[in-house]
Design a protein around this ligand. Structure first.
Ligand SMILES: Cc1ncc(COP(=O)(O)O)c(C=O)c1O
Length: 391
């Protein structure tokens, strides 16, 4: 037998295993998908259709359309308070996912270490591996409000560390990093001369009153931070596959060269849709965020009212990270049994890193009536577990 690469042997995510089983079943409540249930705002769809009809069916520059890059720069200036030059410091990518991989490809040589929060977005670990880097997990703990721990992070740094990857508001915990913690991490990054990938795909989705803080705004950080964002979560555009990387020209300037060899560019009409979203969808974002916030309150109250389960109130994103330790089940067993016995699909915490064991993730971008039915089924499942214990 001819040999395959180590990447080809990557195990599939347990989230996938549960999802693939769930789609074959009937009457399942899906709390597993991290994507908005809203449709893309209609003016954005119209802009893409008009663009296609106009004949925007050709390649664009590898870095993306200049007018889209300018709109992204405007957005970063307005929300993050950081100025980027659209001509050399912004590259349009196929979603945040490709932005992450392109950034890692530009920064990581084989064997370089990339520090990741544990738990964090499942794809980080495999993206680092695909780029031949070594993922190194540093725990974020429930007792610490799922905040990054700058001292633990510094202890994980070795000769081989190249990048610290941060995500706030965070998947899967809903945690929002405080400005103080981010500034402390910035000092560590400067001291050890490290790059930071700052994944802000949920940057509008936070529910606290404190202003959003991008680590690139800390002293010495603009030149060592790559900001990753996309239209997916903000504008309900997951299927469009459009995102971007912003950062110093020394790195972002390399990304179009790599992009040329991957997908060349994001389709022109998709970029026109993204441009329309960035320019016109403020009210749509406010409307969707108000709905997520109301749903968050429903799910937090509902889950915390179930004996044996508990969850901190998430400050951002649209995930609830539920502590299931009292059940004594592994997160995968809990998720599988809940699916089989009550037809609720959610994600086992262990999929997000070793520290995710003892938790499950509920993605709550669903209609309130679906949330309430899901909570009812989870309560019934927990009641069943308790009666098993009594026997
Ligand atoms: C933390 C985080 N980063 C990045 C992404 C990538 O999203 P997209 O490629 O759709 O922009 C996701 C998607 O779930 C995510 O949760």
């Amino acid at each position: 037998m001819k040999r395959l690469s180590a990447i080809a042997h990557m195990p599939p995510s347990p989230i996938r295993r549960i999802y693939e089983k769930a789609i074959l079943m009937e009457d399942v409540i899906f709390f597993s998908l991290g994507e908005p249930d809203f449709d893309t705002p209609s003016q954005v769809v119209e802009a893409a259709v008009t663009s296609l009809r106009r004949g925007d069916t050709h390649y664009t520059p590898n870095a993306g359309l200049p007018e889209l890059r300018a709109a992204i720069a405007d957005n970063l200036r307005a929300w993050d308070g950081i100025c980027y030059d659209p001509a050399g410091e912004i590259a349009v990518t196929s979603g945040g996912m490709e932005g992450l991989v392109l950034a890692l490809l530009a920064l990581v040589d084989p064997g370089d270490e990339v520090i990741l929060p544990d738990p964090s977005y499942t794809n980080y670990r495999d993206q680092v591996r695909i780029c031949r880097g070594v993922p190194v997990y540093v725990p974020v703990r429930e007792a610490d409000d799922f905040q990054f721990d700058p001292s633990a992070l510094e202890r994980a740094i070795t000769e081989k560390t190249r990048v610290i990857l941060l995500n706030t508001p965070a998947n899967p915990t809903g945690g929002v990093a405080s400005r103080e913690r981010l500034e402390a991490i910035a000092r560590v990054a400067v001291k050890h001369d490290l790059w930071v990938l700052f994944d802000e795909v949920y940057k509008y989705l936070f529910y606290s009153d404190a202003p959003f803080f991008n680590i690139a705004a800390s002293p010495g950080m603009r030149e060592r931070t790559l900001v990753i964002d996309s239209c997916s979560k903000t504008y309900a555009m997951t299927g469009w596959r459009v995102g971007w990387v912003a950062g110093p020209a020394s790195v972002v300037g390399c990304i179009p060269k790599i992009q040329e060899n991957l997908c060349s560019c994001v389709p022109a009409f998709v970029q026109q849709g993204a441009l329309c979203a960035l320019r016109t969808a403020k009210a749509d974002v406010a409307r969707m965020n108000a709905a997520y916030r109301a749903r968050r309150d429903v799910i937090v109250q509902g889950i915390n009212a179930i004996p044996g389960l508990s969850a901190r109130t998430p400050e951002g994103a649209f995930y609830l990270f539920v502590n299931i330790r009292e059940t004594g089940l592994s997160s995968e067993d809990f998720a599988m049994r809940l699916l089989e016995e009550e037809r609720v699909a959610l994600s086992p915490g262990s999929a997000f890193g070793p520290s995710g064991e003892g938790y499950v993730r509920i993605a709550y971008p669903s209609d309130e009536s679906i949330l309430r039915e899901g909570i009812r089924r989870i309560a019934a499942f927990m009641e069943k577990l308790r009666s098993e214990d009594r026997q």
